[in-house]
Write a protein that binds this ligand. Sequence first.
Ligand SMILES: Cc1cc2nc3c(=O)[nH]c(=O)nc-3n(C[C@H](O)[C@H](O)[C@H](O)COP(=O)(O)OP(=O)(O)OC[C@H]3O[C@@H](n4cnc5c(N)ncnc54)[C@H](O)[C@@H]3O)c2cc1C
Length: 387
Amino acid sequence: MTHWDAVVVGAGPAGSATALLLARSGARVLLLDRARFPRDKPCSEYLSPETTRVLERLGGGVLDAVAQASHARLTGMKVVAPSGRAMIGRFDRTGARFSFALPRTSFDMILRSAAETAGAVVQEGVKVHDLIYDRGAVGGVIAAETHRARVVVGADGLRSVVARRLGGVRTSSPRRVAFTAHVADVAGVTDVGEMHVGQTGYVGMGPIGGGVTTVALVVPVKTLKLRTGFFDALDRFPGLAGRFDRRRVVRGILATGPFAQWSRASVAPDGGALLVGDAADFFDPFTGQGIYSALRGAELAAAAVMEALTSGASLQAYARARRREFAGKWLLERLIALGVGWPALVERVVARLARRADLADLLVRASGNCIPARAVLAPGVLAGLLW
Ligand SMILES: Cc1cc2nc3c(=O)[nH]c(=O)nc-3n(C[C@H](O)[C@H](O)[C@H](O)COP(=O)(O)OP(=O)(O)OC[C@H]3O[C@@H](n4cnc5c(N)ncnc54)[C@H](O)[C@@H]3O)c2cc1C
């Protein structure tokens, strides 16, 4: 049995960033992942523009490593309605503000290595099965061996075992699943990410460097029985038909979901554990905010854990910080995720935004975390999207 200040379960963006920050602050940290890195993850692999600032704050050469890795730079997002009508919003009108997009194999490896360099002990191929308790509070994890810790950080993603042990998860509509692939030489790819909304489901895609495009098909669980081939499904979207060469798949299809799932509590009621990243909540990938939320959540989690370790403060401060930080984003991403399930509504909003570049930019900047979500949630702006 080993004793740690913190055991972090999961070395994705949330877990690696939390481990990095804790180790740098002097905590003795064990970072566990059931996978061996580099590992892949079904994702559209776009880092919203504000993510760059978090990477800079993480230090340890993380931002430089991302900039040196093979990547693409996106300057905005295009949304295509079921009819084929399109709108484009930019992160700024000069094109200076951009987002990185790169394969998760390299991005997650950069963060995991930075955590190790900062002093975290990393163990791969280690699956956590359960939590242990010490006088009512979480006191460690059970994997192949037992690891005791003053704090356990559950950063183990959408199907988090830590979240399930802490009191369970809630689910809601829309229940969607995703199929993702990497395809080379896709016709018409530019410097904007593309979201194509159809009668059932949507496709998110964009360049990730090296002439490769990441493509994610997201469909409601209930339509899965109508499953056709991946490329046949893509060809039914007017903005995508004929753009893919099926022989140019460079990474096969990965599936994930269903989403719209969040934990009942981000902090264990009796202390000793908290959740960060998808383990805490993941609603829908449409707005592409998951990695930003994982990294920003890691900053909040590390601050609360260090307070708990050094002064015995309650971890509940983390739950309050998350609400302050993410309440607007939670509402905006839910409204958008529900809205894309209504093709007629998407048609109307895209038609409006195609004529109102100012509103298109506002929406894209809010979903890219460049400005607070509440900027879009003002009644006047919401009305402007429809009338
Ligand atoms: C289709 C799709 C497209 C997306 N596109 C984008 C996008 O373009 N931009 C964006 O910002 N976000 C996007 N997201 C969301 C993003 O992928 C997630 O929000 C992000 O990966 C969350 O990071 P995380 O560290 O919380 O979890 P993860 O990245 O899932 O990492 C969790 C880690 O925990 C490990 N683990 C799990 N269980 C255990 C266990 N029992 N024991 C030990 N280790 C364990 C896993 O191996 C994994 O390495 C997308 C999601 C989907 C599904």
